[in-house]
Write a protein that binds this ligand. Structure first.
Ligand code: 5GP
Ligand code: MN
Length: 336
């Protein structure tokens, strides 16, 4: 393992660098990656930002997003960049399975792997890490990386501040989750001082629904929500036909699971979506109900204690039944 001080020394001279983040990147993944990208480029490095898949349309205004290369769309060129990189920054994930088809290329790459992340249980593929599972967002860690470890607070531009603000805002559910500490608010205030226009960012992210997405949410609330009062659990089961009928694209289901958690007495909420290749699930909980453990042990996934995700290759029905079958194991936490 190298130290962050040694990394700072390495970054004093121009390097070839790849920045990457997880499959279906969210606001934190892209905000963190773009903020770091902007800084590395300003330092004179040759930087590429390569992501494993497409990303939600509500993020397509982020400053610099036009530089993002989607791995599956230019695999040969991207593989070459990954092989040639001196340093690979891996942001907002801690297991290489999270970068799907990029896993092999990054695992085999010779460059120094720097992981900056806030999820539980790192796999250990990295050479250097800034890892803090108590951080509200990877974007918070990017701020700390720049300001405290790289002595680069003066280099934070308004574009970088906008990207980091977006990451913190989206990963804290607009500053309302338990992870939103006083320290997070202080960093956020700093970001506003540095030029992040908070009201505009909020508007871009949350007031960008299509009519069809809103009707889809209405349909899910009315027809796809199931409440299991004996387990204080609620879940949405979304079929492939639902996705087609409302022209649902990447990002459109984001936030839906929170409606289930918002029901009084509900302590665990699930969203099960029948995507073309597999069933994707998202879990949200309160207090000590371990979404990450359920996703890791039963659904090939992981994440945080109160917000985690995974997938299943079984049918939608079988996946939901499996989930319901697990609930008795958590009856005590669910019903106290
Ligand atoms: P979401 O439910 O919004 O997709 O994700 C919630 C949290 O769980 C995020 O922090 C995300 O990184 C993590 N997560 C989502 N899907 C997976 C997965 O398939 N594997 C792992 N390890 N983490 C996931
Ligand atoms: Mn995150």
């Amino acid at each position: 393992m190298l130290t962050l001080t040694e990394l700072r020394g390495e970054l004093a001279t121009p390097k070839q660098i790849v920045v990457t983040t997880h499959y279906k990147p969210d606001g934190d993944a892209l905000g963190s990656s773009l903020a770091l990208f902007h800084w590395l480029r300003a330092k004179g490095h040759a930087v590429s930002l390569i992501v494993p898949s497409d990303y939600p349309a509500f993020l397509n205004w982020l400053p610099g997003q036009e530089v993002i290369q989607v791995f599956t769309q230019q695999q040969e060129a991207a593989n070459k960049l990954i092989q040639q990189a001196n340093i690979i920054f891996c942001l907002d994930f801690n297991g290489l399975a999270r970068i799907h088809t990029m896993e092999h290329a990054v695992r085999e790459a010779k460059g120094t792997k720097v992981m900056i992340d806030h999820h539980l249980e790192p796999e250990g593929f990295d050479d250097i890490r800034l890892w803090d599972p108590t951080a509200a967002a990877t974007a918070q860690l990017i701020f700390e990386f720049l300001a405290n470890h790289m002595d680069a607070r003066d280099m934070i531009t308004s574009d970088m501040a906008t990207c980091m603000y977006t990451g913190i805002m989206t990963d804290t559910g607009s500053f309302r989750f338990r992870s939103t500490t006083a320290a997070v608010h202080l960093i956020t205030a700093d970001l506003i001082t540095l030029g992040a226009e908070n009201w505009k960012i909020h508007d871009f992210i949350y007031n960008s629904s299509t009519e069809s997405r809103l009707k889809f949410i209405g349909h899910c609330l009315l027809n796809r929500l199931e409440v299991l009062p004996e387990y204080n659990t609620a879940l949405f089961t979304i079929t492939r036909e639902d996705l087609q009928k409302f022209s649902i694209t990447t990002g459109d289901t984001e936030g839906l699971v929170n409606y289930a958690l918002s029901i009084v007495n509900i302590r665990l909420a699930g969203l099960f979506v029948d995507r073309t290749d597999l069933v994707k699930l998202s879990l949200r909980s309160i207090e000590n109900i371990p979404c990450n453990e359920i996703c890791r042990e039963y659904f090939n996934g992981g994440g945080h204690l109160n917000a985690a995700g995974g997938f299943s290759s079984e049918s939608l029905h079988a996946t939901v039944e499996k989930f319901k079958g697990i609930l008795p194991n958590y009856k005590q936490q669910l019903t106290t």
